[in-house]
Design a protein around this ligand. Structure first.
Ligand code: SF4
Length: 341
């Protein structure tokens, strides 16, 4: 039988003792000393850590915080600089929204990052999860913070039977029944930490878990059965060609159109991407192309396979040339690396 208040107490005690220390986080002992969380820093961390690990996102967070100490600095920065610093984090629409959102905070909120859930939800690129997180952590608003980690912990603790994604709303509502006005930010962060460190997807360490007493999945010995998910359909494969044109140690790149996948980013020239392998004889530049093999990259909704071709020329053609490829999205770095191999 679940006792919500006891579960909260046990979780918060565990967090006080063993919650993670993160560069943007104000730990309970520091809050007592009067240190308050910075909503701009929290927002950056939340946007950057979506769809990736904290270990991967943290150096990006540090680079952005040092280059743009305030949200107004970020708003005033060149969008191309922001995009190139984002390279390797994926989901580039987030970087574009980051800049847009900073502009709205500068222009419509006098440069002060909002902390209430309703206003946060009105900002570009801020969804329910990020709004709930910032509001709970920075304004002690009793919001319902639910990310993938929280879904896993709650679904296991209650042996939630409806498969996701359809059952997601019910699971969210269930998580909401545990929300209280007492330390909502710490509670949300504790739950996220529990999912990230103890209640892991494949090997939960239930013996160390503060919710072990109440967890139904653990009692059933079926922890990894939850959350139950409807089987995903296989994602489609798209095909094309990628071209690496070299001249004196530099590579030809082109800026992609603003709209669409990887919009506004620099990338290698490619053919159109289609459902079937396309015809390389339609290469955009007539050269002595040398085949360098295939690279594969998985996006959210499809896998891209590009046959890479390279050529070297003595005289540059019109276009943008770069020697440093660290600012290119991962898929194009793969293309260039294959082309130079
Ligand atoms: S007891 Fe195990 S399965 Fe249940 S919440 Fe804790 S770590 Fe997860």
């Amino acid at each position: 039988m679940h006792n919500v208040l006891d579960m909260r107490t046990a979780l918060l005690r565990w967090y006080d003792d063993q919650g993670r220390t993160l560069p943007w986080r104000v730990r309970p002992e520091d809050r007592v000393r009067g240190i308050v969380p910075n909503p701009y820093a929290i927002w950056l961390s939340e946007v950057m850590s979506q769809q990736t690990t904290l270990a991967h996102a943290t150096p990006y967070w540090e680079a952005y915080r040092s280059a743009f100490p305030t949200v107004v600095d970020l708003a005033n920065a060149d969008r191309e600089v922001i995009l190139s610093m984002w390279a390797g984090l994926g989901y580039y629409a987030r970087a574009r929204n980051l800049h847009k959102c900073a502009g709205v905070v500068r222009d419509e909120h006098r440069g002060v990052f909002p902390t209430d859930e309703k206003t946060l939800l009105s900002l570009p690129g801020i969804g329910p999860y990020t709004a709930a997180t910032i509001a709970a952590i920075c304004a002690d608003e009793a919001t319902n913070i639910v990310d993938g980690n929280v879904e896993r912990v709650i679904s296991r603790s209650f042996a939630y039977a409806s498969p996701l994604p359809k059952g997601r709303k019910g699971l969210r509502d269930l998580a909401g029944t545990l929300v209280r006005a007492d330390r909502p930010g710490d509670y949300g962060q504790a739950l996220m930490d529990l999912g990230a460190t103890i209640c892991s997807p494949k090997n939960p360490t239930c013996l160390l878990c503060p919710w072990q007493t109440w967890c139904v999945a653990h009692a059933q010995g079926e922890e990894t059965k939850y959350p139950i998910k409807t089987k995903k359909k296989q994602i489609p494969v798209r095909y094309g060609y990628g071209y690496v044109l070299q001249c004196s140690g530099e590579i030809l790149v082109e800026r992609r159109p603003d709209k669409g996948l990887l919009g506004g980013m620099l990338g290698s020239p490619t053919s159109a991407w289609g459902d079937k392998p396309t015809d390389h004889s339609a290469a955009p530049m007539k050269r002595n192309w040398e085949a360098k093999g295939e690279i594969r990259h998985v996006f959210t909704h499809f896998e891209l396979r590009l046959e890479v071709f390279t050529a070297e020329i003595d005289q540059r053609v019109d276009g943008e040339w770069v020697s440093d490829i660290s600012g290119l999205p991962t898929v194009f770095r793969k293309v260039v690396e294959a082309g130079l191999a």
